[in-house]
Design a protein around this ligand. Structure first.
Ligand code: NAD
Ligand code: MG
Length: 325
């Protein structure tokens, strides 16, 4: 079992921190760090829509090269696809000789899409929650747990710097876990592909289609396989699998034990292993990089067909009704 760390010395961030990007993670990191006493400058493209938003929130905003110049630490909070180009064009030429680079996800370092010179610390602080939660919990005096990792330790205190940044985000209040860029990247990809995003959406669609194909009303199917999922996940989140099972009826619990592994059988476990193999071999990363290089045509096509599914149309109608009551 891993140790859980509950402290970091924010004072180690005595210079300027350049937060590049003001999206989901960027806004949370910039505001939390600034309120933790760190000197923050947000780096954005000229003409960025976020520029006035960040200034209105009380932050200093510069172009990316200006924010990077003089910074002790550069936090890379752009979408993963765009990081390599922005790094090459606007960040690398302006880095101070001993500046540290920080990532919130390991993809670009692990798959060597960005390879900073050895003189720079390369660290990760990956909050285990969406940026808006990272911000909200901080304002409530709480924190979001985070993973830290070190890919390059040029200064000899890269780990302490990662802990300092994590503490500045508020993560020390919730717990900081140590990992590696490899472990974080591979497990993050695995989780989103097999369980959280890919697995859950396919499970929902399969359940919905099975009921509708058998002649049941789509609205009823929607409630049974999608709407109630949140209620079940909330129970699991609060108290684990056993607490969820304590809360549901004995009928539901008996069905859970006796039918769950009929659906999620050994095939599914073998398929998960194949998906993990493709992550570990780099096959998935190569496929995604090729997709990005080709303008994300498949991604856009799937986005369109998926948003057109019957379950989405039924859901839109029902959610509108529920919100109006
Ligand atoms: P995002 O898409 O919310 O924000 C991107 C920001 O970058 C925006 O300010 C956008 O205007 C700017 N941007 C977009 N393209 C750009 C370009 N070509 N040049 C310059 N600026 C550009 O990103 P995010 O979801 O916050 O992800 C940032 C990093 O955090 C990623 O490495 C991601 O894997 C990681 N992460 C995200 C979450 C999350 O909850 N979203 C959780 C953990 C880790
Ligand atoms: Mg993740």
């Amino acid at each position: 079992m891993a140790d859980i760390i509950t402290s970091g010395d924010v004072g180690l961030l005595s210079g300027k921190v350049a937060v590049i990007g003001y999206g989901s993670q960027g806004h949370a990191h910039a505001l939390n760090l600034q309120e933790s006493g760190v000197t923050v400058e947000v780096g954005l493209r000229e003409g960025s829509n976020s520029w006035s938003e960040a200034e209105a929130a009380g932050l200093s905003v510069k172009t990316i090269p200006e924010a990077v110049k003089g910074a002790q630490l550069i936090s890379m909070l752009l979408p993963d696809q765009h990081q390599p180009q922005v790094y090459d064009e606007a960040i690398a030429p302006n880095l101070e000789p001993d500046a540290a680079l920080l990532f919130a996800h390991g993809f670009n370092i692990h798959y060597e899409r960005i390879s900073p010179p050895a003189a720079h610390d390369v660290i990760m602080v990956a909050p285990k929650g969406p940026g808006h939660i990272v911000r909200r919990l901080y304002t409530e005096g709480k924190g979001t747990p985070a993973l830290i990792a070190v890919a390059q330790d040029a200064s000899g205190r890269a780990r302490d710097l990662a802990l300092a940044y994590a503490a500045g985000l508020g993560a020390a209040k919730a717990g900081i876990l140590e990992t590696t860029f490899k472990e974080e990247t591979e497990t993050d990809l695995f989780g989103e592909q097999t369980v959280l995003c890919g697995g859950v959406t396919e499970l929902i669609k399969a359940g919905f289609d099975t009921l509708v194909d058998a002649g049941y009303q789509p609205e009823i199917a929607y409630f049974e396989v999608l709407h109630e999922l949140k209620l079940i996940v909330d129970l699991i989140y609060d108290g684990g699998l056993s607490y969820m099972r304590y809360s549901i009826s004995d009928t539901a619990e008996f069905g859970d034990y006796s039918r769950g592994n009929v659906v999620i059988d050994d095939h599914v476990r073998q398929n998960m292993k194949r998906v993990l193999d493709a992550i570990q071999s780099g096959q998935f990363a190569n496929e995604w990089i090729a997709e990005m290089d080709e303008g994300e045509a498949n991604l856009k096509r799937r986005r369109a067909t998926e948003s057109d599914l019957k379950i989405e149309q039924v859901g839109e109608k029902l959610r509108a009704l529920m919100q109006s009551t």
